[in-house]
Design a protein around this ligand. Structure first.
Ligand code: G1P
Length: 293
């Protein structure tokens, strides 16, 4: 089996849940602490050995490409002013990974966005990271998915248990135990945004996937599903139905959905509290604020 090196980061969606903030800037560029959500995803992929990244963008997303490019005028200005730390931070963004860009011409859904990367993926297994799901940098999750794929050769999805009323916002999986492997479950069915009555479990797809090439083949045949969009979940269901094993890796922490206002605030508070420089001041600020309420 060849070593996994490729990742796809879909970044073509509108970000309607954060309007008006995302009217003129891509939702992936909304900051969590000192860097955009997108940079957290690129760093997470690179840390798991996936440094060949295909970003699927759309119109009005050029800020993403600029962010990961060099910025000669800015760098020269920072150098002249001896702003060493800022200069390092700016330079670093251009060296994190090898980024390739492809565009999704119309917003036909997450599955359609991932399918735009097929040429770049070229028949290999690959990871998918949804960038509005930001993981704590210390989370081993993506490395664990990569290693589970290494052991099984199969697709492996990160699953997290949510409250019953939240299930219909996500992809939701039916699972069964894997004899002899406590760290994985076998996915026996998966459905996108089920009604509470249809939901097969409370285990939802958490925005991190390792997928085999079979998914690209399945995506070619996938018809529009939930919300009238071509869903990645439906293509995964087709792979499950084909009897190729698809596994789930259940985890329970370290994830922030920054696509919602509350998730974005939560991520910023958590990352700020964990920051050695900012942490103590932010902790004090939060205490004072809640005392004032
Ligand atoms: C997407 C996927 C869904 C997954 C979710 C995770 O939904 O379609 O299966 O559970 O991301 O955040 P979206 O958030 O784009 O509606």
């Amino acid at each position: 089996m060849t070593k996994l090196t490729k990742a796809v980061i879909p970044a073509a969606g509108w970000g309607t849940r954060l309007l008006p903030a995302t009217k003129a800037i891509p939702k992936e560029m909304v900051p969590v602490l000192d860097r955009p959500a997108m940079q957290w995803a690129v760093e997470e992929a690179a840390a798991a050995g996936l440094s060949d990244i295909c970003v699927v963008t759309s119109r009005a997303k050029s800020a993403i490409e600029d962010h990961f490019d060099t910025a000669p005028e800015l760098e020269a200005a920072l150098e002249r002013r001896s702003k060493t730390e800022a200069l390092e931070a700016v330079r670093r963004t251009a060296t994190l990974a090898k980024l390739h860009y492809t565009r999704q011409a119309s917003a036909l859904g997450l599955g359609h966005a991932v399918a735009q990367a097929a040429e770049h993926i070229a028949g290999e297994a690959f990871a998918v990271l949804l960038p509005d799901v930001v993981m704590e940098p210390s989370s081993p999750l993506l490395r664990e998915l990569v290693s589970a794929h290494g052991r099984t050769g199969a697709s492996v999805l990160a699953l997290i248990e949510v409250e019953p009323e939240e299930v219909s916002s996500y992809g939701c999986a039916a699972v069964e135990p894997v004899p002899g492997d406590d760290s994985l479950v076998r996915i026996t069915g998966i459905v996108e945004k089920p009604s509470p009555a249809e939901a097969p479990s409370r285990l939802t797809v958490a925005g991190r996937y390792v997928l085999t090439p079979a998914i690209m083949e399945a995506l070619r045949r996938t018809e529009p599903g939930a919300g009238g969009e071509i869903q990645l979940t439906d293509a995964i269901e087709a792979v499950v139905d084909s009897d190729e094993p698809v596994y789930g890796h259940i985890f329970d922490s370290g994830l922030y959905d920054t696509g919602t206002a509350l998730g974005l605030i939560e991520a910023n508070v958590a990352f700020a509290l964990a920051d050695p420089q900012l942490g103590p001041a932010v902790r004090k600020m939060l205490k004072e604020q809640s005392a004032r309420e």
